[in-house]
Design a protein around this ligand. Structure first.
Ligand code: ADP
Length: 460
């Protein structure tokens, strides 16, 4: 069932329920009123007859019957009967005594003094009048023809009005539901035309006020983010293939060169060394790409251990110094750390080591003295690691981009690198719920600051 039909159906169901309730109340109240009013008329009649019979002794009963017939003309099939205490009929408003009143009813009247009841379709009013020369039991019965006709008419009116009202509600419900949902159908149509190649398309945001417009606005924002992610991915792939092509092309040309003529053994040695260097560069690059891809696609850390940050810093330092023994990395601690407190964080030791190694490597790589100063501090909630160098620095206008994959500042082009290290660092720090910042001045040096939550309060 479509939403439009469901809304129309529910709406009609509710309205029909309300209409039926009101109609029932009106019908029942009208019927009650009619019954009461008719009983009152019968009572009046019964009391008049009693008065005539007990107070006007000389009144001829035939005359009373004639009066009865004249005055009761409006009541249909009406009878007034008076019984003595032995249930003998003393007076009847009709000639033939075709109606028999059950003795039980007469007994009930004597007991209860006044009885209002039904005998088949007829309403019956019973009155016990003990005040005259002899106790009389008066029974007035009649069929409320005009009342019943009015009731039938009311019933017909109610049924037809209900049918008409419900039909109208269903029709209007379908119409209004369709009208209210039209913007959604429009959005639906627009969405169905969007695919990976048309992410620049946007939905019509209408009046920008109602819920549907809000949906369109949110959807457009999602489209914007998707478009950005797709573009980033496209740039990433083109950068990655470009970076891989350069060492591969160098590798190929060296191989071709060595195949052209037979060469002396020492030249082959030289070429093979170059080939090994190029292969190392390719392995480096693919490793970095792999790490970046893995950290980017991981929404949450898989491995979470307590990691002693000072130990990891020394491990990263040793690893870097093994590869580049001429680098210098000085590590200093704040008072708190120096007093024996280990700065602890929760997370992945391998990733943290890789992040710190990148920062140390950059600091040494981009400074003439190839020296980095590492400072560790902690407070109750956070650990801070800053890596400072006195190297080439970064121009202020290029600072915001240095964490983007493959971005390299202009003054760094003469140094080896692919522009992936810092984007990996940033992602690793984010996975540990921390943040990374940089301050730098060209020709003066840079300081990278990593802040991580300490272990007990770290939330993953
Ligand atoms: P790579 O060093 O391989 O180029 P990174 O992602 O590690 O890639 O760094 C991105 C860029 O940020 C570098 O190319 C360089 O321009 C700048 N940068 C990073 N660290 C430093 C630093 N310590 N001093 C100066 N520039 C730096």
């Amino acid at each position: 069932m479509t939403i439009r039909n469901r809304i129309a159906f529910q709406f009609s169901f509710i309205v029909a329920g309300i209409l039926i309730c009101y109609s029932l109340i009106i019908y029942v109240r009208s019927d009650n009123y009619r019954q009461t009013e008719f009983f009152d008329r019968l009572e009046q009649r019964a009391r008049t007859v009693v008065r005539f019979l007990t107070q006007v002794e000389e009144l001829d009963r035939n005359l009373l019957r004639i009066i009865d017939r004249k005055t009761l003309i409006t009541l249909y099939d009406q009878k007034v009967m008076v019984f003595d205490s032995g249930n003998q009929l003393l007076y009847s408003s009709i000639d033939v005594d075709s109606v028999t009143i059950p003795v039980s009813v007469l007994e009930q009247i004597r007991q209860e003094k006044i009885v209002r009841t039904w005998m088949g379709e007829q309403q019956l009013f019973g009155l016990y009048a003990p005040e005259g020369p002899q106790p009389l039991t008066v029974v007035a019965t009649a069929y409320d023809r005009s009342g019943q006709a009015e009731l039938r008419n009311l019933r017909r009116t109610i049924v037809w009005s209900l049918l008409g009202g419900i039909g109208l509600t269903v029709g209007l419900g379908v119409l209004f539901a369709g009208q209210s949902l039209r913007p959604i159908s429009r959005i639906n149509k627009q969405v169905s035309t969007i695919n990976a190649r048309s992410l620049q398309q946007r939905l019509d945001e209408g009046n920008r006020q109602d819920e549907v417009a809000q949906l369109a606005i949110n959807f457009n924002q999602v489209l914007g983010r998707l478009q950005q992610a797709f573009e980033q991915q496209r740039t990433f792939i083109s950068h990655a293939s470009h970076e891989l092509r350069t060492p591969l092309a160098a590798l190929k040309s060296e191989l071709q060169l060595s195949l052209r003529h037979p060469l002396p053994a020492d030249q082959y040695q030289h070429i093979l060394r170059n080939l090994t260097d190029d292969t190392d560069r390719i392995i480096d690059l693919t490793n970095s790409l792999l790490v970046l891809a893995r950290t980017l696609e991981t929404p949450k850390l898989q491995v979470q251990h307590i990691v002693l940050l000072d130990d990891v810093i020394f491990m990263a330092r040793d690893e870097l110094l093994n590869a580049h023994p001429h680098y210098r990395i000085d590590v200093r601690f704040s008072d708190l750390v120096a007093s024996g407190e280990h700065p602890e964080v929760r997370g992945d030791e391998l990733l943290l080591r890789r992040m710190l190694l990148n920062l140390f490597d950059n600091a040494c790589k981009y400074s003439a003295d190839q020296r980095a100063l590492v400072y560790i501090a902690q407070d109750s909630n956070t650990c801070r690691v800053s890596v400072t160098d006195e190297g080439i620095g970064i121009a202020a206008d290029q600072l915001p981009q240095i964490f983007d994959p493959f971005y390299r500042a202009d003054n760094a082009r003469s140094h080896d690198g692919y522009g992936l290290g810092l984007s990996i660092c940033k992602r690793i720090v984010e996975l540990h719920n921390g943040h990374i910042d940089v301050t730098s001045q060209p020709e003066k040096g840079s300081t990278f600051i990593v802040v991580l939550p300490t272990s007990p309060t770290a939330t993953f």
